[in-house]
Design a protein. Structure first.
Length: 112
């Protein structure tokens, strides 16, 4: 019985572990724009970060609603942790896209 349970758990969490381990390492991003000094870059980045944070907060609220609706099913099926991680990753990706779009709309180019 213990072997079956271990096999089920490894089948459930194995792909998650692979996804986490295979995730790309974070790199520092710099934004550049001809004629923009460091203060301008910082100011515009703060403005875009505020927009990205607002988008992330909105996504967090949506995720709470989804969890309220489906959370019990996820707990019953044993996928709660995976679902929460997936929703968090999607929210972070959305916030990153908002920040990137904002900076590009202001004429900045992203350099890694």
């Amino acid at each position: 019985m213990t072997g079956d349970r271990g096999l089920r758990l490894s089948a459930l969490f194995g792909p998650l572990l692979l996804a986490v381990c295979a995730a790309p390492a974070t790199t520092e991003v710099q934004w550049v724009k001809a004629g923009a000094d460091d203060q301008t870059v910082s100011r515009e980045l703060r403005d875009c970060a505020a927009q990205a944070n607002a988008a992330a907060a909105s996504e967090h609220g949506i995720n709470q609603d989804i969890n309220a609706t489906l959370g019990g099913n996820w707990q019953f099926s044993g996928t709660s942790a995976i679902e929460h991680q997936s929703m968090n990753a999607q929210s972070a990706g959305y916030a990153d896209r908002v920040l990137n779009s904002c900076m590009q709309a202001k004429g900045f180019t992203r350099q890694s």
